[in-house]
Design a protein around this ligand. Structure first.
Ligand SMILES: *Cc1c(COP(=O)(O)O)cnc(C)c1O
Length: 355
């Protein structure tokens, strides 16, 4: 630990908005909990850690992040167990990944212990916002932005780190049609694909919209050079079940190292399944459809957890997957992961932090 950070100051809301929440009509990411955490970086140090009522922040129109996108974020979820404890799932992995993203975007790291302490204090204060109903959770959005009011292009010397949270219901997770994208690219070797950098998502909107106009909910990204290898599905990692075996493209430069995917594969291995993480060609996927060995395909990511795919479009042709049945691996792993996150099954991997 190089930096000594001041104690977090806490300014509570006078009236909680919690009683006004309509739990039966909870749109994803639009309802915000009472408080947020903020901390500023200046003079080469993180300073002024504060928990304050959730609200707008003001900034100069010249603020660097607004122009050049020096920004990165994380996404995680908290659940409540039967005793009312707030449970975090693999939070240290999210903290480490924020710092990997920060380094790539030329931003200062957030000390891991400060991040965890901030998150715990925030969740402790807003624990009433962590739902205990089935299918619900508290989505957590930490992010880091460049705040210099300066129009020149260079790394900012001031930054803001914030965390806010949103109670969310079950993500829409009936099976979706997807298209293998062979024209646009999400990430290139040497680029920022492995970072949760804001600009990656802005750049993906247009190709995703073109796909949606053709009736595909998501794109399956392929490598930018040859469009020959499978990379990710939208903003999720992709996993196939072929001939009883799980297959997923290896994370790397162009594929974000997803915690949900890693968890799915770790649990599957512990169940004795065969798992392969490696380069996967589009042709291999098409061949698996053609010879009848393709069993399942699904996205894996924090927001949806598991998003089954029912149709894959490639080169003018549709390849169909049967709708998820109760014996499907995707459904079993979804239930298991949900139970794991809510403390219903034993924490055999040591993934849970309890608050
Ligand atoms: C966040 C993200 C994922 C999923 O990561 P999780 O840690 O499982 O939430 C996958 N791909 C991209 C591009 C992402 O941004």
């Amino acid at each position: 630990m190089v930096e000594e950070i001041a104690k977090i100051s806490i300014n509570k809301v006078s009236d909680s908005r919690l009683p006004n929440v309509d739990w039966d009509n909870l749109p994803f990411g639009k309802v915000f909990s009472d408080h947020m955490f903020t901390m500023d970086y200046f003079d080469g140090q993180w300073q002024n850690p504060e928990i304050v009522p959730y609200g707008d922040i003001s900034m100069s129109p010249a603020t660097s992040v607004l122009h050049y996108g020096q920004s990165c974020f994380e996404g995680m979820k908290a659940h409540k167990d039967n005793e009312g404890n707030v449970l975090l799932f693999r939070v240290n992995d999210n903290i480490k990944r924020l710092n990997i993203s920060a380094t790539r975007m030329c931003m200062p790291e957030v000390p891991e212990d400060v991040f965890l302490e901030a998150l715990k204090s925030l969740l402790n204060l807003d624990r009433g916002w962590v739902p205990s109903m089935d299918g619900y959770s508290l989505y957590i959005r930490p992010f880091l932005i460049a705040t210099d009011p300066y129009v020149g292009i260079r790394p900012s010397v001031t930054y803001k780190f914030m965390i806010f949270t949103c109670p969310v219901g079950a993500y829409y997770s009936s099976a979706v049609p997807v298209k293998i994208e062979t024209e646009y690219s999400r990430a290139v070797r040497g680029g920022t694909g492995y970072a949760k950098a804001a600009g990656n998502y802005a750049a993906a909107l247009y190709p995703a919209k073109l796909g949606q106009d053709q009736g595909f909910t998501q794109l399956i990204w392929t490598d930018a050079k040859e469009h020959k290898y499978i990379e990710e599905s939208g903003t999720m990692n992709i996993i196939f079940k072929i001939d009883g075996k799980l297959l997923s493209p290896m994370s790397g430069d162009t594929i974000l190292d997803g915690i949900t995917k890693r968890s799915v594969l770790d649990i599957a291995r512990s169940w004795g399944m065969q798992v392969e993480e490696r380069k996967i060609t589009v042709q291999e996927i098409i061949t698996a459809f053609e010879n009848g060995s393709m069993e399942e395909a699904f996205g894996a990511g924090t927001a949806a957890t598991i998003a089954p795919i029912n149709r894959i479009h490639f080169n003018g042709q549709d390849y169909l997957l049967p709708n998820a049945g109760e014996n499907d691996f995707s459904l079993k792993i979804l239930n298991h992961l949900n139970n794991y996150k809510k403390g219903v099954v034993a924490d055999e991997f040591g993934w849970i932090n309890s608050i």
